[in-house]
Design a binder for this molecule. Structure first.
Ligand SMILES: Nc1ncnc2c1ncn2[C@@H]1O[C@H](COP(=O)(O)OP(=O)(O)OP(=O)(O)O)[C@@H](O)[C@H]1O
Length: 228
């Protein structure tokens, strides 16, 4: 489903963020991407989202080489791969419902589909009663649920989460992990970059560790492996 083949990324001709990455991620995997600050995790995610291009190598998503897709066609990639961030990135002047509906409007979904899908994903993340609220009226955990609902509303096959629990207290972080695991059980591949040792150690999923741009560990039912 995702394949990195001899992928390297060098910024500004000298800063080697990723070095010869070879990796396969299968449909339905739940992956923790770990490693010290500056190891290359965000770069890995940016390459997958086509926000950056690799300096060398090829990246396949569903057998399609995304390094060969033109920028113009990137929105189509976004139907397959969707993302949630540490800082939620909700639109402040839209309600919860409108934030989620907006993700469907940009891919030109019909209003009928929107009316069907938005309540469905709000139910999945446990926020059916918050549809009319604005982001500033929600707790951090609720905002992250909205951002997850928005990320899954177009049924992507892959969900990327870049430190999704980084701004949340431990209890709320666990609620978010339950939601992500539930989405994974329904068949969505989840790739989550994180520094949350507790979560990684408890959940026993595949762990890929990056250090200085290289994969130093790829473990089935792995642990976090660092002290922070
Ligand atoms: N736009 C950029 N321009 C130049 N160098 C960059 C750029 N983005 C990242 N880097 C460098 O690439 C390397 C990898 O950074 P990256 O952000 O991928 O690490 P990370 O593992 O996500 O770190 P963190 O855990 O702190 O988020 C670092 O040396 C960083 O300074």
């Amino acid at each position: 489903m995702i394949q990195f083949k001899n992928v390297s990324k060098t910024y500004n001709k000298t800063n080697q963020a990723l070095i010869n990455i070879n990796l396969e991620i299968n449909k339905g995997d739940f992956i923790f991407l770990v490693g010290p600050s500056g190891a290359g995790k965000s770069t890995f995610i940016k390459l997958l989202l086509k926000e950056e291009e690799p300096t060398e190598g090829n990246i396949f998503v569903e057998h399609q080489d995304i390094t060969k897709i033109s920028r113009r066609k990137t929105p189509y990639l976004r139907r397959n791969i969707s993302v949630v961030f540490q800082d939620f990135r909700l639109l402040p002047n839209k309600t919860v419902y409108e934030n989620i509906a907006f993700a469907m409007e940009v891919i030109e979904a019909s209003s009928r589909e929107i009316r069907r899908q938005v309540p469905m994903v709000l139910g999945m993340v446990g926020l059916s009663d918050k549809a009319k609220q604005y982001p500033h009226e929600l707790s951090g955990g609720e905002r992250q649920r909205v951002s997850i609902a928005r990320a899954i509303v177009n049924n992507p096959s892959i969900l990327i989460a870049d430190e999704p629990t980084g701004n949340l207290d431990p209890e709320t972080a666990w609620e978010i992990m339950k939601v992500l695991k539930q989405i994974n059980r329904r068949g969505t591949t989840v790739v989550m970059a994180t520094h949350a040792k507790d979560i990684v150690d408890t959940m026993q999923q595949r762990v890929i560790a990056l250090e200085k741009g290289r994969i130093v560990r790829d473990q089935h039912k792995g642990a976090y492996g660092y002290e922070d």
